[in-house]
Design a protein around this ligand. Sequence first.
Ligand SMILES: Cc1cc2nc3c(=O)[nH]c(=O)nc-3n(C[C@H](O)[C@H](O)[C@H](O)COP(=O)(O)OP(=O)(O)OC[C@H]3O[C@@H](n4cnc5c(N)ncnc54)[C@H](O)[C@@H]3O)c2cc1C
Length: 304
Amino acid sequence: MTAPPEGVKAGHPLARFTTVRTGGAADWFAHPRDVEGLVSVLRWAGSEDLAVGVIGSGSNLLVADAGFRGLALKLGGSLATIERDGDRILCGGGARLPSAAAKTAGWGLSGLEFGVNIPGTAGGAVRMNANAYGGQLARALEWVDVATAAGVERRAPGDLGFEYRRSNLREGEVVALASFRLEPADPEAIKATLASMRDRRREAQPSGIKTFGSTFKNPGDERAEGRSAGQLLEAAGCRGLRHGGARFSEKHANFVENMGEATTADVLELMAEGRRRVHERFGVALEPEVQVLGEVRWPDGWDL
Ligand SMILES: Cc1cc2nc3c(=O)[nH]c(=O)nc-3n(C[C@H](O)[C@H](O)[C@H](O)COP(=O)(O)OP(=O)(O)OC[C@H]3O[C@@H](n4cnc5c(N)ncnc54)[C@H](O)[C@@H]3O)c2cc1C
């Protein structure tokens, strides 16, 4: 193996980079602070045939208890800044979406309000096609710079294959920079919108808990009769259901909570039980929204 670029660390714990706080260590970890540094570590990973995993805010991410056999990346420095350029804002892939929503409100620019309650990064939001209250990421997004071992390539939203909670970004493709084209508006009106969105969210979802947000995607299956994953889980008796240190939240059944000592295996067992109950009751097979980093063993009974 060739020596890793400067700053690449061996055996780095990842749990604290996720909002649910479970999982093991990455064999390799880097915290690139500019595009050159990012491409350089991607090139090294490519030359060593290492898998690459990017961690944004870890707000929809489950790390395997056995960790990740590859290079985990967390973007920093100029890859996490938010800058204004007229009616456009440039967000590093690692920039936090709620900060971008608050900053743009102050600048009197409208279009990113939906990000106020999404505790992820611009890169994670693009990868996941994040959305809330009907605000569409793709509507405001102008382009993204995607870094790979081969360099940086600019892509338009139409090239990102956006579907419900997914894009076509592949492993090793890292959103380094995202440009959003926004509309001038009254800062006070935007701030009022953000405040009301925060209030609505506080009523509907638990706060201050260790969770990765939506566990399962809302199903398109007609047997769900338009009900969300949370409504189906609740009707199937999953609200408050526990396995080890994990439970489905009392307030929102599609949120798994780490009550303190949960492992990723506990979370997977709980997910399998929730999925089994919903399938038994409604015939609907829920699919995970949460992304997994590392190899996990899905519990027996996961395949319905
Ligand atoms: C309390 C709570 C509320 C939430 N509410 C919402 C909501 O309303 N709407 C919604 O859509 N989601 C919601 N989420 C889920 C989550 O915040 C979003 O999916 C968010 O977009 C994930 O971004 P992240 O930076 O945390 O990505 P992570 O969770 O770190 O990663 C998710 C995926 O994105 C990839 N990724 C991360 N950064 C990059 C990058 N720079 N380039 C390429 N790939 C990258 C990761 O490799 C992984 O596959 C919520 C989560 C929580 C905890």
